[in-house]
Every structure is written in structure tokens, then in C-alpha cells.
Design a protein. Structure first.
Length: 370
């Protein structure tokens, strides 16, 4: 089995190799990432610092993270805190921006709770980060332009959930699909605040001619995603490492496509730098569209091989009555727009990604705290 460090190192190398042009555009500039302590932050942050290591000092990207550390400061970030090109600021994005805010040339707004279990627990905070937090960052972009210090790229994290539960004829789903979404159901705090967030982005982009772009991620997984995050793949990993059977709290029939995090990160930086202003891009993979039951069987097979795991998959009913309400039956993107506009070509297979994810979770205390 590979070591955790090897998996991370190979992923960072893969990301940087696929982002030569994009990181060259960020060279020597200040980049702000909100929510940088989270799952996506794990590689968004480390790939920039890795690129800094392999480039001239003068071209280093100066990175600042704003995060309220709602679930603690992860160890991987504490380890990086003395890096000269990294500034960590404890800031809740729903509060007014700090008075001494720097001039940022690129901004990624990733601060929001993303796990369904947690956003249902903190619905108001989730909406505030995606609407009020976004609004003050967009306002910052507007003012910076007036000051003649224009932001060159702004990325808002929306979600594939803005499509809701598409009708069969709208799957695979292109960016032009308008969605089939409840505005009052248990998931609405997330889906609807992301939808309104996109509306804010489009209107700021058009009205003030600002370079604001939107990514719609489709189910990412891999290193950085806490084993305690209550998303499907870490849940499987938790069962495996506890040596028990994998329990599915559904009949396992809904289908998804799963995009390994290294491929997704490449897509996000491409949207930030090359995306068209005021437009949204699906970032994910088209294949395989796999049922949760088949995914569980696949993970079991890989774990048998990799870890000598002896468990099996069993089905149960969740005690949480809202657990599956408005849960889409199928989710699968069309990614032609990102392929054409951005030269986005995800290439890590599901089997390889799952192997890497399980390796990262194996004996990794950071997977609990990360
Ligand atoms: N991971 C995915 O597959 C996925 C899918 C669709 C959309 N997204 C979106 O991508 C973004 C990042 O997702 P993630 O998986 O890294 O989420 P995450 O929950 O792992 O991390 C989010 C980070 O944001 C911080 N945060 C939350 N509210 C904040 C606030 N008010 N002020 C400052 N910081 C705050 C948290 O402390 C955390 O570090 C989110 O906007 C999410 O909705 C992710």
C-alpha cells in the first residue's frame, strides 16, 4: 500500500502539472480563499504552496485564508502556519470584511457548510455564508474596481444540488437546465441559497463588468474529506476501519458520479482563471454513473484487496425521517462546456480514486480532524 504522503505528493504534482498556465496567471498575486480550512481547501491551499515551492520566489502566490473554523483548525493547516506565503485569518464571512483587508487579485469563496447532515443542523448559517457572505465579497470586487485595483478573477462555489431532482430527460444534466428544486424542503437552505448566490454573481458580473465565475461541483471525494463528515465515501471508510459491515441507510438505488478531488481542483482553478464572466461550469465526471449500493460493493472489493477487510454491505432504514427527503435519484453532469472552454479533462478513474482515498484514510488521524 502507498503511504499517505505519497498519495498527497502525487496528487499535488498532478494538480500543478495540469495548472501550469493558470498558476502562471496567479504568479506574484494575492489570492484569498474563504473556507480554506475545509475539504476543498485541503488541496486548494496545498497545491498553491506546492507550486510556490517549485517556482521562483518572485512568482510566489501570496495566499490568505479566511475561515471561522466552525469545526476547529485542522492539523494540516496548523502545520503550514509558518509558511511565508500563507496568512491565516479567523474571520466569519457573514460579518463585515476586516478593516485592514488586503488588495486581492483573485478570490475563491468556498466558505459554506457543505455536508447535508451539517447544513440541515445549521440552516441559517449556511444561507448567510452563501448569500450575505458572498454579497460582501462581491461588493469588495466592485469597490476594488473603482479604486483601480481590479480583482482579476472571482470564483463562487455553487453546487450540482441547484438542479434538484432532474427529470430523466434532463440527465445527464447540462448547465442550461433550470432545475427541479423545493424552496421549502429540508435541503432548501443549501440549494436555494446557492441558486440565489448564482443570481447575485451573474448580476454583479453583468452590471459592473466584473470577472465573476461559478463552479457547480458534482460529488467530490478523496484526501481532505473528514472521515466524520457524514458524506457517503467517508462513511464507508469509517465502517471499514472499524472492521464492521458497511451500513446503507437507504435501498442504495440513487445514482451519482464521483469526481476525485485532484481532478476537481484542476477544474476549479481553471474556472477561476479561464471561465467566462458571469457563467457557471459543471465540474465533475460523466462516468461511471453508479448506484450507492454498487459503490459500496466496489469499496468493499477494494478494501478486501488493499486492507484484507472481511465485511459486507447491509441495508437499513435511517431513524432520521428527513434523511432522504428531496434526495435526488440521479445526478450526472454534462461537462462539455468545461472541456471546451477550459480544457478540463478529468482522468483519474473511480477505482484509482477510491484506492487513494482509502489509503489516505488508513491510520490517518488527520482524516478525523482534517
Ligand atoms: N465537496 C463537494 O463535493 C462539494 C459539492 C458541491 C458544492 N461544494 C461547495 O464547495 C465549497 C467548499 O466545500 P467543502 O466540501 O470544502 O466544505 P467544508 O464544509 O469541508 O468546508 C467549508 C469551510 O468553510 C468554513 N466556513 C463555513 N461557514 C463559514 C463562515 N460563515 N465564515 C467563514 N468560514 C466558514 C468551514 O469552517 C470550513 O472550513 C462550499 O461552498 C460547498 O457548498 C462542495
Amino acid at each position: 500500500m502507498q503511504s499517505i504522503q505519497n498519495v498527497v505528493y502525487e496528487d499535488l504534482e498532478y494538480i500543478c502539472n495540469n495548472l501550469k498556465e493558470e498558476f502562471a496567471c496567479l504568479a506574484g498575486k494575492r489570492l484569498l480563499i474563504t473556507g480554506g480550512a475545509g475539504f476543498l481547501g485541503y488541496y486548494l491551499v496545498q497545491s498553491v504552496l506546492y507550486w510556490n515551492k517549485i517556482t521562483d520566489e518572485a512568482n510566489s502566490i501570496k495566499l490568505t485564508i479566511y475561515d471561522n473554523y466552525i469545526r476547529g483548525v485542522p492539523n494540516w493547516l496548523i502545520r503550514l502556519k509558518d509558511n511565508n506565503n500563507l496568512t491565516l485569518v479567523k474571520h466569519d464571512i457573514t460579518n463585515p470584511l476586516p478593516q485592514d483587508i488586503e488588495d486581492f487579485y483573485y478570490i475563491i469563496h468556498a466558505a459554506s457548510i457543505a455536508s447535508p447532515t451539517y447544513y440541515r443542523k445549521y440552516p441559517i448559517e449556511t444561507m448567510d455564508a452563501n448569500v450575505n457572505g458572498l454579497r460582501s465579497l462581491l461588493e469588495y470586487c466592485r469597490v476594488q474596481k473603482e479604486k483601480n485595483k481590479p480583482v482579476k478573477g472571482f470564483l463562487f462555489y455553487s453546487t450540482s444540488e441547484i438542479y434538484g431532482d432532474p427529470f430523466p430527460e434532463n440527465i445527464p444534466t447540462p448547465e442550461t437546465y433550470r432545475g427541479n428544486v423545493s424552496c421549502t424542503g429540508p435541503r432548501a437552505c443549501y440549494d436555494e441559497s446557492k441558486r440565489y448566490g448564482e443570481t447575485l454573481c451573474v448580476n454583479f458580473a453583468q452590471h459592473y463588468s466584473l470577472p465573476i465565475k461559478v463552479a457547480r461541483p458534482f460529488n467530490n471525494y478523496g484526501p481532505g474529506l473528514k472521515i466524520t463528515d457524514k458524506r457517503v465515501i467517508p462513511d464507508f471508510a469509517r465502517d471499514i476501519f472499524a472492521g464492521r459491515d458497511i451500513v446503507l441507510l437507504s435501498d442504495g438505488s440513487p445514482t451519482r458520479t464521483f469526481c476525485y478531488i485532484a481532478d476537481a481542483i484542476v477544474g476549479y482553478y481553471k474556472v477561476l482563471v479561464k471561465g467566462r464572466d458571469g457563467e457557471a461550469y459543471n465540474i465533475g465526471v460523466e462516468k461511471p454513473e453508479i448506484s450507492i449500493a454498487d459503490l459500496a460493493e466496489k469499496v468493499v472489493k477494494i478494501a478486501h484487496h488493499l486492507l484484507d477487510y472481511k465485511g459486507k454491505v447491509i441495508l437499513k432504514i435511517s431513524a432520521d425521517k428527513d434523511y432522504l427527503v428531496d434526495n435526488p435519484n440521479r445526478r450526472c453532469p454534462v461537462i462539455d462546456k468545461a472541456r471546451t472552454d477550459l480544457d478540463y479533462n478529468p482522468s483519474i478513474s473511480l477505482d484509482e480514486g477510491l484506492k487513494r482515498a482509502l489509503t489516505w484514510y488508513h491510520n490517518n488521524s488527520e482524516a478525523e480532524e482534517a
